[in-house]
Design a protein around this ligand. Structure first.
Ligand code: PLP
Length: 426
């Protein structure tokens, strides 16, 4: 008898996956951390590799039967290494880069950095959540803020950019063990060379968390931390366009500490199906089309920022260098949450977000965050960004008017028909 497929075996889940497929097809997905993985990435992720246990690292495993898995992991590592080796500006060879592709996601990758370099109670520094930093860089609700002494730095009031003078003076005062350079809601490029100088001055490990921007970094459209940071962490599912996962790159001298922290320090068996998906994504990211993709992501974000500014929206820092925009919508007479929820009903999906020095609460803040990675994966360009600014403007003016919202929703849906997204089955 033929083994039943998903629809026959579990119609409830099959139908829900159909529904999500349709939602991802019919909406403009602008959550800055999201993307569309290719069909090839999803095929690798949905493969028999999910069946295999392979605790340890290639050629040093605890169970037998690793003839294939070792090759999968080594291929993923060599492809990731090659991608990042060509981003460096500091003239070292790729030989001094070590890569670990086993972290289950971005947050576990960051925990591995703490486990490799810190003891409980040590001081660490990162960009505060309210300024665009990540929970795992020492926020009080995260284990990283509970087990370590967290000293957050912020952005300048005058221009909302990271204040490197503040970073330096806090670092001198508090002597952190680890200094994080990485962001989750910050529209400007990071100055890794300046972070390196500060880390050197105070003897800190410089950890670059490029979860959001790794695709831009390997494409050369954002400065690379390679050659500056002691350790680099990233997700693999944001601008990198791979499966949901994580990776760590570090200098050779830290290889053993990082590998031990990931396994056996934090994790058990690696997710080999994800490792294969990362290998496929790295293969795709090595193609010239990916460089063009990353450039288009940034060009689209800039075009959308200009179009929104022209319509009177308060774009934080006045624009963007990367794939995302932060917009303070207070002057438009709405809150971020009201607007994000109205836009969702209009098939425009983004998230409400605090803006720097936000007087409102994080669960009901003043702004929205808009990212272009997913819409750019569908081949959308400048003309769509101009339309999008108009649609956002229309919904902002009447977030409670059902006919306005429904009108925009229909227009968005019609547009989406013309831009099939990678990976979806319709
Ligand atoms: C998304 C993100 C992470 C966490 O990734 P998860 O895969 O959600 O655990 C870590 N750091 C930064 C800067 C991020 O943006």
């Amino acid at each position: 008898m033929l083994e039943p497929d998903l629809r026959a075996a579990d119609p409830a889940i099959a139908t829900l996956i159909d529904d999500e497929n349709r939602r991802e097809h019919e909406s403009l997905r602008l959550i800055a951390s999201e993307n569309y993985a290719s069909r090839a990435v999803m095929e690798a992720t949905g493969s028999c590799l999910t069946n295999k246990y392979s605790e340890g690292y290639a050629r040093k495993r605890y169970y037998e039967g690793q003839q294939v898995i070792d090759q999968v992991e080594e291929l993923a590592i060599s492809r990731v290494k090659a991608l990042f080796a060509k981003t460096r500006g500091k003239g070292e060879g790729q030989d001094d880069l070590h890569v670990n592709v086993q972290p289950y996601s971005g947050s576990p990758a960051n925990l591995a950095v703490y486990l490799a370099f810190c003891q409980a109670g040590d001081t660490i520094m990162g960009l505060g959540l309210a300024s665009g930093g990540h929970l795992t860089h020492g926020h009080s609700v995260s284990i990283t803020g509970k087990y370590f002494k967290s000293v957050p730095y912020g952005v300048r009031r005058t221009d909302c950019r990271i204040d490197m003078d503040e970073v330096r003076s806090l670092a001198r005062e508090h002597k952190p063990k680890v200094l994080w350079a990485g962001t989750t809601a910050y529209p400007r490029a990071l100055d890794f060379a300046a972070f390196r100088e500060i880390a050197d001055e105070v003897g800190a490990i410089l950890a670059a968390d490029i979860a959001h921007i790794s695709g831009l970094v390997v494409a050369g459209v954002h400065p690379s931390p390679v050659g500056y940071a002691d350790v680099i962490t990233s997700t693999t599912h944001k601008t990198f366009r791979g499966p949901r996962g994580g990776m760590i790159l570090c200098k050779k001298e830290h290889a053993a500490a990082i590998d031990r922290a990931v396994f056996p320090g934090l994790q058990g068996g690696p997710h080999n199906h994800t490792t294969a998906g990362i290998a496929v994504a790295a293969h795709e990211a090595a193609r010239p089309e990916f460089v063009q993709y990353a450039q288009n992501v940034v060009d689209n974000a800039k075009a959308l920022g200009e179009a929104l500014s022209a319509r009177g929206f308060a774009v934080v820092t006045g624009g963007t260098d990367n794939h995302l925009l932060l917009v303070d919508v207070t002057a438009k007479g709405v809150t971020g949450k009201v607007l994000a929820q109205a836009l969702d009903r209009a098939n425009i999906v983004l998230n409400y977000n605090a803006v720097p020095f936000d007087p409102r609460k994080p669960f009901d803040p003043s702004g929205i965050r808009i990212g272009t990675p997913a819409v750019t994966s569908r081949g959308m360009g400048r003309d769509v960004m101009l339309m999008l600014a108009e649609w956002i403007d229309r919904v902002t003016a009447a977030p409670a008017d059902d006919s306005v919202v429904a009108g925009v929703a229909a227009e968005v849906k019609a547009l989406c028909e013309k831009y099939p997204a990678p990976g979806l089955r319709l």
